[in-house]
Design a protein around this ligand. Structure first.
Ligand SMILES: [Zn+2]
Length: 274
Protein backbone atom coordinates (compact mmCIF):
# COMPACT_ATOMS: atom_id res chain seq x y z
CA UNK A 1 0.00 0.00 0.00
CA UNK A 2 1.12 3.52 -0.88
CA UNK A 3 0.14 6.38 1.43
CA UNK A 4 -0.34 9.88 0.05
CA UNK A 5 0.31 11.71 3.31
CA UNK A 6 -1.12 15.09 2.30
CA UNK A 7 -3.92 15.58 -0.17
CA UNK A 8 -7.17 17.55 -0.46
CA UNK A 9 -9.76 15.11 -1.84
CA UNK A 10 -12.29 17.01 0.28
CA UNK A 11 -12.01 20.19 -1.84
CA UNK A 12 -14.92 21.26 -4.08
CA UNK A 13 -12.64 20.96 -7.15
CA UNK A 14 -13.28 17.19 -6.87
CA UNK A 15 -17.06 17.44 -6.36
CA UNK A 16 -18.01 16.50 -9.92
CA UNK A 17 -15.85 13.40 -10.29
CA UNK A 18 -14.63 12.36 -6.85
CA UNK A 19 -15.78 8.74 -7.37
CA UNK A 20 -13.50 8.42 -10.42
CA UNK A 21 -10.55 9.88 -8.50
CA UNK A 22 -11.12 7.35 -5.69
CA UNK A 23 -11.49 4.46 -8.17
CA UNK A 24 -8.14 5.33 -9.80
CA UNK A 25 -6.29 5.74 -6.52
CA UNK A 26 -7.65 2.54 -5.00
CA UNK A 27 -6.78 0.66 -8.23
CA UNK A 28 -3.22 1.94 -7.78
CA UNK A 29 -3.30 0.79 -4.11
CA UNK A 30 -3.02 4.39 -2.83
CA UNK A 31 -4.59 5.45 0.48
CA UNK A 32 -4.55 9.05 1.63
CA UNK A 33 -4.58 11.53 4.46
CA UNK A 34 -7.10 14.21 3.49
CA UNK A 35 -6.19 17.57 4.92
CA UNK A 36 -8.45 20.28 6.29
CA UNK A 37 -7.55 23.94 5.85
CA UNK A 38 -10.50 25.68 7.53
CA UNK A 39 -13.76 24.67 9.26
CA UNK A 40 -15.58 23.67 6.06
CA UNK A 41 -12.74 21.53 4.64
CA UNK A 42 -11.91 20.03 8.04
CA UNK A 43 -15.50 18.83 8.36
CA UNK A 44 -15.52 17.49 4.79
CA UNK A 45 -12.22 15.67 5.41
CA UNK A 46 -13.78 13.90 8.40
CA UNK A 47 -16.86 12.99 6.33
CA UNK A 48 -14.65 11.36 3.65
CA UNK A 49 -12.65 9.46 6.28
CA UNK A 50 -15.90 8.12 7.76
CA UNK A 51 -17.02 6.99 4.28
CA UNK A 52 -13.74 5.14 3.52
CA UNK A 53 -12.44 3.67 6.79
CA UNK A 54 -8.93 2.26 6.57
CA UNK A 55 -8.32 4.00 3.23
CA UNK A 56 -8.87 7.69 3.96
CA UNK A 57 -7.91 9.55 7.12
CA UNK A 58 -8.55 13.17 8.03
CA UNK A 59 -6.71 16.10 9.51
CA UNK A 60 -8.36 19.25 10.83
CA UNK A 61 -6.76 22.64 10.89
CA UNK A 62 -6.64 26.28 9.92
CA UNK A 63 -4.17 27.12 7.15
CA UNK A 64 -2.02 30.22 7.80
CA UNK A 65 -3.14 31.59 4.42
CA UNK A 66 -6.57 31.97 5.99
CA UNK A 67 -5.42 34.05 8.90
CA UNK A 68 -7.06 37.38 8.40
CA UNK A 69 -5.27 40.63 8.89
CA UNK A 70 -6.87 43.54 7.07
CA UNK A 71 -6.77 42.76 3.33
CA UNK A 72 -4.59 39.66 3.63
CA UNK A 73 -7.20 37.07 2.78
CA UNK A 74 -6.50 34.27 0.38
CA UNK A 75 -9.55 32.83 -1.39
CA UNK A 76 -9.04 29.83 -3.67
CA UNK A 77 -12.22 28.60 -5.33
CA UNK A 78 -10.72 25.11 -5.78
CA UNK A 79 -10.70 24.98 -2.01
CA UNK A 80 -13.87 26.54 -0.73
CA UNK A 81 -17.21 27.48 -2.18
CA UNK A 82 -17.82 30.48 0.04
CA UNK A 83 -15.75 33.57 -0.79
CA UNK A 84 -16.10 34.76 2.79
CA UNK A 85 -13.16 34.81 5.17
CA UNK A 86 -13.37 32.80 8.37
CA UNK A 87 -12.10 33.76 11.79
CA UNK A 88 -10.28 30.92 13.57
CA UNK A 89 -12.43 29.59 16.40
CA UNK A 90 -10.44 27.30 18.66
CA UNK A 91 -13.51 25.72 20.23
CA UNK A 92 -14.75 24.45 16.87
CA UNK A 93 -11.36 22.93 16.04
CA UNK A 94 -10.92 21.51 19.53
CA UNK A 95 -14.16 19.55 19.10
CA UNK A 96 -13.23 18.36 15.58
CA UNK A 97 -9.77 17.28 16.79
CA UNK A 98 -11.30 14.64 19.04
CA UNK A 99 -13.03 12.75 16.20
CA UNK A 100 -11.46 9.33 15.83
CA UNK A 101 -10.89 9.68 12.07
CA UNK A 102 -8.65 12.70 12.73
CA UNK A 103 -4.99 11.64 12.67
CA UNK A 104 -3.30 15.06 12.87
CA UNK A 105 -3.85 18.75 13.54
CA UNK A 106 -3.19 21.04 10.57
CA UNK A 107 -2.37 22.11 8.07
CA UNK A 108 -1.25 24.83 10.38
CA UNK A 109 1.88 26.92 10.53
CA UNK A 110 3.31 30.07 9.00
CA UNK A 111 3.03 31.33 5.43
CA UNK A 112 5.26 34.37 4.84
CA UNK A 113 5.05 33.93 1.08
CA UNK A 114 1.34 34.67 0.81
CA UNK A 115 0.93 36.67 3.99
CA UNK A 116 4.09 38.70 4.54
CA UNK A 117 2.92 41.71 6.60
CA UNK A 118 4.19 41.99 10.17
CA UNK A 119 0.67 42.17 11.61
CA UNK A 120 -0.29 38.97 9.79
CA UNK A 121 2.84 37.17 10.95
CA UNK A 122 1.96 37.92 14.57
CA UNK A 123 -1.60 36.70 14.09
CA UNK A 124 -0.41 33.58 12.24
CA UNK A 125 1.85 32.74 15.17
CA UNK A 126 -1.07 33.03 17.60
CA UNK A 127 -3.34 30.83 15.51
CA UNK A 128 -0.54 28.28 15.06
CA UNK A 129 0.11 28.11 18.81
CA UNK A 130 -3.59 27.61 19.52
CA UNK A 131 -3.50 24.59 17.20
CA UNK A 132 -0.32 23.27 18.83
CA UNK A 133 -2.14 23.45 22.16
CA UNK A 134 -5.03 21.44 20.71
CA UNK A 135 -2.58 18.84 19.32
CA UNK A 136 -1.04 18.51 22.78
CA UNK A 137 -4.44 18.07 24.40
CA UNK A 138 -5.58 15.33 22.01
CA UNK A 139 -2.07 13.82 21.67
CA UNK A 140 -2.05 13.93 17.89
CA UNK A 141 0.80 15.00 15.61
CA UNK A 142 1.00 18.23 13.62
CA UNK A 143 0.63 18.58 9.85
CA UNK A 144 2.72 21.68 9.32
CA UNK A 145 2.48 24.11 6.43
CA UNK A 146 5.46 26.43 6.55
CA UNK A 147 6.39 28.62 3.61
CA UNK A 148 9.21 31.13 3.91
CA UNK A 149 9.38 34.38 1.99
CA UNK A 150 11.19 34.13 -1.34
CA UNK A 151 14.84 33.15 -1.10
CA UNK A 152 14.67 32.87 2.70
CA UNK A 153 14.23 30.26 5.45
CA UNK A 154 12.61 32.82 7.80
CA UNK A 155 9.28 31.09 8.46
CA UNK A 156 11.01 27.79 9.35
CA UNK A 157 13.18 29.38 12.02
CA UNK A 158 10.26 31.38 13.44
CA UNK A 159 8.13 28.23 13.59
CA UNK A 160 10.90 26.22 15.30
CA UNK A 161 11.20 29.01 17.88
CA UNK A 162 7.45 28.91 18.51
CA UNK A 163 7.23 25.13 19.06
CA UNK A 164 7.05 24.44 22.79
CA UNK A 165 10.08 22.47 24.03
CA UNK A 166 7.81 19.91 25.64
CA UNK A 167 5.82 19.26 22.48
CA UNK A 168 6.23 15.52 22.13
CA UNK A 169 3.70 14.37 19.56
CA UNK A 170 5.79 15.75 16.63
CA UNK A 171 4.44 15.35 13.10
CA UNK A 172 5.45 16.25 9.57
CA UNK A 173 6.52 19.37 7.75
CA UNK A 174 4.55 19.17 4.53
CA UNK A 175 5.95 20.27 1.13
CA UNK A 176 9.37 20.82 2.65
CA UNK A 177 11.44 23.41 0.77
CA UNK A 178 14.06 24.10 3.43
CA UNK A 179 17.76 23.33 3.30
CA UNK A 180 19.78 20.74 5.25
CA UNK A 181 20.34 23.06 8.23
CA UNK A 182 16.63 23.61 8.66
CA UNK A 183 16.00 19.89 8.15
CA UNK A 184 18.48 19.06 10.94
CA UNK A 185 16.62 21.36 13.34
CA UNK A 186 13.31 19.65 12.62
CA UNK A 187 14.93 16.19 12.85
CA UNK A 188 16.20 17.14 16.32
CA UNK A 189 12.58 17.83 17.25
CA UNK A 190 11.53 14.40 15.83
CA UNK A 191 9.72 15.79 12.80
CA UNK A 192 9.54 14.11 9.40
CA UNK A 193 8.94 15.65 5.95
CA UNK A 194 6.65 15.14 2.98
CA UNK A 195 7.74 15.61 -0.62
CA UNK A 196 5.55 15.80 -3.69
CA UNK A 197 5.37 16.40 -7.42
CA UNK A 198 7.65 19.43 -7.24
CA UNK A 199 10.59 16.98 -7.10
CA UNK A 200 9.81 16.03 -10.71
CA UNK A 201 9.96 19.70 -11.78
CA UNK A 202 13.14 20.99 -10.16
CA UNK A 203 16.38 19.63 -8.72
CA UNK A 204 16.39 22.30 -5.98
CA UNK A 205 15.46 19.77 -3.28
CA UNK A 206 17.58 16.82 -4.45
CA UNK A 207 20.27 17.33 -1.80
CA UNK A 208 17.85 17.37 1.09
CA UNK A 209 16.00 14.30 -0.24
CA UNK A 210 19.32 12.41 -0.40
CA UNK A 211 20.37 13.66 3.04
CA UNK A 212 17.36 12.66 5.17
CA UNK A 213 17.27 9.37 7.08
CA UNK A 214 14.81 6.70 5.91
CA UNK A 215 12.50 7.24 8.87
CA UNK A 216 11.97 10.95 8.08
CA UNK A 217 10.61 10.74 4.52
CA UNK A 218 6.95 10.65 3.48
CA UNK A 219 5.27 11.29 0.14
CA UNK A 220 2.33 13.46 -0.81
CA UNK A 221 0.52 14.82 -3.84
CA UNK A 222 -1.00 17.97 -2.25
CA UNK A 223 -3.71 17.37 -4.88
CA UNK A 224 -5.32 19.28 -6.56
CA UNK A 225 -2.06 21.33 -6.66
CA UNK A 226 1.41 20.79 -8.17
CA UNK A 227 0.96 17.91 -10.62
CA UNK A 228 4.13 15.96 -11.40
CA UNK A 229 5.87 16.64 -14.70
CA UNK A 230 4.17 13.76 -16.55
CA UNK A 231 0.75 15.31 -15.76
CA UNK A 232 1.67 19.00 -15.96
CA UNK A 233 -1.33 21.26 -16.58
CA UNK A 234 -3.78 18.68 -15.26
CA UNK A 235 -5.43 18.73 -11.85
CA UNK A 236 -3.32 16.58 -9.54
CA UNK A 237 -4.75 13.45 -7.88
CA UNK A 238 -3.40 10.70 -5.58
CA UNK A 239 -3.01 8.13 -8.39
CA UNK A 240 -0.23 10.35 -9.84
CA UNK A 241 1.98 9.74 -6.80
CA UNK A 242 4.06 7.08 -8.53
CA UNK A 243 5.97 9.84 -10.35
CA UNK A 244 7.24 11.19 -7.03
CA UNK A 245 8.10 7.69 -5.81
CA UNK A 246 10.20 7.10 -8.97
CA UNK A 247 12.03 10.41 -8.46
CA UNK A 248 12.84 9.73 -4.79
CA UNK A 249 13.97 6.19 -5.64
CA UNK A 250 16.38 7.54 -8.27
CA UNK A 251 17.73 10.21 -5.88
CA UNK A 252 18.31 7.75 -3.04
CA UNK A 253 19.62 4.91 -5.23
CA UNK A 254 16.81 2.56 -4.23
CA UNK A 255 14.09 0.64 -6.00
CA UNK A 256 10.53 2.00 -6.00
CA UNK A 257 9.27 -0.82 -3.74
CA UNK A 258 11.74 0.25 -1.03
CA UNK A 259 10.49 3.85 -1.15
CA UNK A 260 6.88 2.69 -0.97
CA UNK A 261 7.64 0.44 1.96
CA UNK A 262 9.54 3.02 4.00
CA UNK A 263 7.14 5.91 3.34
CA UNK A 264 4.12 3.75 4.20
CA UNK A 265 5.76 2.53 7.42
CA UNK A 266 6.60 6.13 8.35
CA UNK A 267 3.05 7.38 7.71
CA UNK A 268 1.53 4.51 9.69
CA UNK A 269 3.87 5.15 12.62
CA UNK A 270 3.63 8.95 12.76
CA UNK A 271 -0.14 9.18 12.27
CA UNK A 272 -1.03 5.90 14.09
CA UNK A 273 -3.03 4.82 11.04
CA UNK A 274 -5.50 1.99 11.44
ZN1 LIG B 1 -2.12 21.23 1.49
Amino acid sequence: MIIDAHTHLNFPVFDNDRDGVFARMFAADVSAITVGTNKETSESAIALAKAYPGKIWATIGFHPGHVIEAHAWHHDKNEQKSPLPEVFNENIFRALAREKEVVAIGECGLDYFRNPSEGTKKKQAEVFLEQVAIAKEVKKPLMIHCRPSKGSQDAYFDLLALLPKDFASCGVVHFFVGDKDVAREFLDRSFAFTFGGVLTLTSDFDDVVRFLPDEAILIETDAPYVSPKAFRGKRNEPSFILETIKTIAALRGKIEEDIISLTTTNAQRIFSLK
